[in-house]
Design a protein around this ligand. Sequence first.
Ligand code: NDP
Ligand code: GDR
Length: 385
Amino acid sequence: MTQKVALITGITGQDGAYLCEFLLKKGYIVHGIKRRASQFNTDRIDHLYQDPHIENRNLVLHYGDLTDSMNLTRIIQEVQPDEIYNLAAMSHVKVSFETPEYTANADGVGTLRILEAVRLLGLTEKTRIYQASTSELYGLVQAVPQTETTPFYPRSPYAVAKMYAYWITVNYREAYNMHASNGILFNHESPIRGETFVTRKVTRAMSRIALGMQDTVYLGNLDSKRDWGHAKDYIRAMYLILQQDKADDYVIATGITTTIRDFVKMAASEAGLEITFKGEGADEKGYLSAIDETVFTEKVGEQYLEQMKARINAEPLVAVDPAYFRPTEVDLLIGDPTKSKTVLGWEPKYDLAGLVEDMMQSDIKLMKKDCYLQEGGYRTLNYFE
Ligand code: NDP
Ligand code: GDR
């Protein structure tokens, strides 16, 4: 049987890395597009790297960018993919307010460039396309839980760009009979989530605080609610979407929503720390109110316990910095995954508790390494962003 060929844009990102590993295990030949950067930027896929000098590689990386039509067209022509997963994007909602034009170009028009390249190269019959759409499309709450038919009301330049990408995907499907589908994925996280998204920022900070490497973590809006799943589960859904005979759009979510505040409490409790919030708005602060010494000793280490005890009801571990507020916020996301469960047979394996445990375990281990390097005088690090 001939091996299937997949092209992943955004292969160096969280989802790209997990999907790459998943497709390689399924026997695919995987091509990925990475951006040229002044430093190595392939950390997340380095364990899968194959020396370009060996024959019959099944992972090949190409330099490219979603803002460069000629580059994308050439790569697609060379690769002749059976499946394209368009995961590349300027994916940070807050940053999109600072770089709105670039975000529109990469996240919106970038999708058009891929669809049009496939069409112009005469690959519409052969190539199936997955577009990384997002729950941010729902934005200002119209109805919950959000389904495939809930109206969109985007609330950021990122979401508006992704709205264009969503509809141009639908349009190319209808106009040219292309197998092009949207996965409307709700937030999904993991130990390799980007460090400036709220979940990872919190799990890193809680780990560093427990180890005495950081005093306080500054966050923005603690009231917003997100439907968080595990990226490992969500990339499986992407694959399933492209295995369907007919292209279509699917919500991928858990159906459970949680505030940022509660996520902080859950992450802290993984390290045996109980956090109590006091105050409101910009004055709200999270204090250490108790320590489960058995959990702390097992997960973090007995040698760090005394310094942690000194923080009970003292200076806050969590504070609000309005610099992290967004000009327009998405208050509530809760998705209804009924269609993906019934049509795709998709089932997540992780719940939120399992996700938090996975992220905290990984970050405590990582931060301990940094702690030893720092204590040994080999490295100083600043993680305050
Ligand atoms: P990441 O931010 O981790 O990864 C984004 C990837 O896109 C990186 O590989 C990045 O490269 C690449 N990239 C950014 N700009 C360009 C560009 N102009 N040209 C080529 N590549 C580019 O995102 P995730 O893995 O979390 O998300 C994957 C996709 O799914 C994104 O499109 C995101 O918007 C969307 N999404 C994510 C959700 C989530 O909760 N994670 C939910 C719903 C949708 P580099 O490594 O060089 O920065
Ligand atoms: P989101 O994820 O905007 O939902 O987009 P993010 O983790 O950035 O924010 C979630 C919520 O947390 C609030 N928040 C903070 N956010 C960040 N980043 N940093 C903070 O300090 C902080 N404090 C509070 C935010 O205001 C927000 O309400 C993610 C991205 O992966 C998108 O690409 C994707 O499309 C959507 O998820 C679904």
